[in-house]
Design a protein around this ligand. Structure first.
Ligand code: HEC
Ligand code: HEC
Ligand code: HEC
Ligand code: HEC
Ligand code: HEC
Length: 389
């Protein structure tokens, strides 16, 4: 009898130890958020189309000058050189998976992947790349990442008189396939428990039954020649504006406010609506967030009362990945922020000071990874002082 109990105990203790070891391993092992899809497994092998002597954006820019200039100012042109990306990647221990979307072409990589040691494809077998092109690497998400497949230029029109072959392609006619390729961290893995994946732009749109239409909003339509000396026609500006462009973020936010009163209190209510995107405001990496700061001021601008809110997606990464909460603004759903006061005593509220800020990342994270930005990591997108009626 005694003997069976002690065997049972031994088994339980062994299982508990195993569970503990497993949890510790989950807490210490390198964090893998990404699932490597087949299309990324070996990098895009792109050959130079007939009639051209290079695939670099610079070389395309000789003829497509205006588009080249737009693209070079865009975040895509900085997807590799971006100092935040570089610092973040090194902080994470330079996992091979990062280059999948930030430098997607084989020729952009010093080493190429010839196989994988693990089934998750997170541990590649590497070989030096004789075709490595440092200029192309610095171009990040370059023209070829979206426009070259199987040695031909993928375009939106049927064109026979270009100096390079052009294939009119469904991927482009449906318009958003190149965007969805990278702006999606897909992941059906046993250890992920969330409503939408991190960087869930695509799911955020799908949940509302809206059309992705990334191109419609991020490549605004214009009419112009698409090559030097060409005829003017419909064309998409290669701007890809987002969080790094305050005007773009401001265009997404509608602000309203009102005062109300009852027997005891006055209440100031601020209403924020994401009216200019069809994904969440903000979307993308969970670092991005908004803050709302409402201050009640007296006649001498002293703060009598303050309300601060953070609109952010909060994910627990370890030991398993799951959503804690998500307070960002879904498209078209007004959100109220109220603060009450009573103007009967000495502290008479004269004005309400409202600031809504956009943050590319948290100051604490910036410090932790040692990133020293040259441009602000947050900026106001709405600021107003309102007199109490
Ligand atoms: C020597 C000049 C030249 C160079 C270099 C060049 N192109 Fe073109 N490209 C053209 C011309 C001309 C057209 C046809 C334009 C038109 O029909 O209005 C064209 C058409 C295109 C189209 C199709 C547009 C559509 O509406 O479907 C795309 C996309 C394109 N080029 C991308 C590129 C990329 C990417 C590169 C670099 C890898 C490149 N081009 C290099 C001259 C050039
Ligand atoms: C090859 C991968 C790839 C493709 C294809 C791609 N993107 Fe991106 N995109 C990125 C990466 C990587 C970044 C972040 C770069 C950085 O900041 O380091 C980014 C950033 C952005 C941003 C953020 C800009 C900002 O200021 O915050 C927008 C908007 C964007 N892309 C739109 C698009 C659209 C629209 C398409 C389709 C036409 C597209 N992307 C296709 C990889 C890609
Ligand atoms: C109805 C217009 C609209 C559509 C459609 C749209 N966006 Fe946006 N997007 C915006 C606006 C406006 C912003 C700036 C506000 C913001 O920061 O979210 C933005 C911001 C972004 C950002 C920067 C991150 C951020 O939120 O600060 C990324 C990345 C992005 N969009 C990707 C996409 C992708 C990928 C698609 C397609 C699946 C898409 N967008 C569809 C309007 C749109
Ligand atoms: C992130 C993906 C992406 C990158 C990078 C990119 N393009 Fe495009 N490009 C597109 C999409 C999508 C369209 C279709 C736009 C539309 O339908 O309005 C397009 C359209 C074009 C067209 C056809 C005319 C037009 O404006 O619709 C040309 C020419 C072109 N791109 C050249 C270039 C060149 C040159 C570069 C590099 C300097 C480049 N593209 C970089 C996605 C990209
Ligand atoms: C599946 C494609 C993909 C992979 C893999 C990927 N990224 Fe990105 N990354 C993106 C896209 C798309 C954006 C733009 C969306 C955004 O900024 O919110 C981005 C944005 C970023 C940004 C923000 C840039 C800015 O200026 O705001 C950083 C930093 C970054 N990535 C680091 C990494 C690191 C480090 C890894 C590897 C651990 C990695 N990425 C792997 C697609 C990817």
């Amino acid at each position: 009898m005694n003997k069976t109990i002690s065997t049972k105990k031994k088994i339980i203790i062994a299982l508990l130890l195993l569970l503990l070891a497993f949890t510790i391993w989950r807490l210490l092992r390198p964090l893998n958020i990404f699932v490597v899809e087949d299309k990324f497994a070996y990098g895009l092998a792109v050959t130079i189309p007939k009639g051209l002597d290079s695939i670099s954006a610079k070389s395309c820019g000789v003829c497509h000058e205006e588009i080249y200039n737009e693209w070079s100012e865009s975040i895509h042109a900085q997807a590799w050189s971006d100092p935040y990306y570089q610092v973040d990647m090194k902080f994470e221990g330079s996992p091979p998976v990062c280059i999948n979307c930030h430098i997607p072409l084989q020729a952009q990589r010093e080493q190429i992947i010839v196989g994988y040691k693990d089934s998750d494809k997170l541990d590649p077998i590497l070989k030096n790349n004789p075709d490595f092109d440092a200029q192309l690497q610095s171009e990040g998400v370059t023209c070829a990442a979206c426009h070259i497949r199987d040695g031909v230029i993928i375009g939106t029109h049927k064109i026979d008189d270009a100096p390079h072959p052009v294939k009119q392609d469904e991927r482009f006619l449906s318009q958003n396939s190149p965007c969805i390729m990278c702006h999606k961290v897909s992941g059906d893995r046993w250890d992920m428990f969330y409503k939408r994946p991190p960087c869930g732009t695509i799911s955020e749109i799908a949940e509302k039954n809206l059309k992705a239409d990334c191109v419609g909003c991020h490549m605004p339509e214009t009419v112009r020649p698409v090559v030097l000396g060409g005829v003017a026609r419909k064309s998409g500006k290669h701007l890809f504006h987002g969080g790094h462009t305050p005007a773009k973020v401001k265009s997404a936010l509608s602000v309203d406010y009102r005062f109300s009163e009852n027997k005891f209190n006055k209440t100031f209510t601020l209403t924020l609506t994401n009216s200019g995107t069809n994904h969440y405001l903000p979307t993308g990496t969970p670092d991005r967030h908004l803050t709302v700061d409402i201050k009640l001021l007296d006649a001498d601008n002293r703060v009598i009362k303050e309300k601060k809110e953070k609109l952010i997606r909060n994910i627990i990464w370890r030991p398993f990945i799951f959503d804690l909460y998500d307070s960002r603004l879904p498209y078209g759903e007004p959100r109220d922020f109220s603060i009450s006061f009573n103007n009967r005593g000495n502290n008479i509220v004269k004005t309400v000071d409202v600031t809504v800020k956009y943050h590319l990342l948290e100051e604490s994270r910036r410090k932790r990874i040692g990133y020293i930005p040259t441009t602000p990591i947050n900026y106001p997108i709405y600021q107003k002082r309102i007199d109490v009626p």
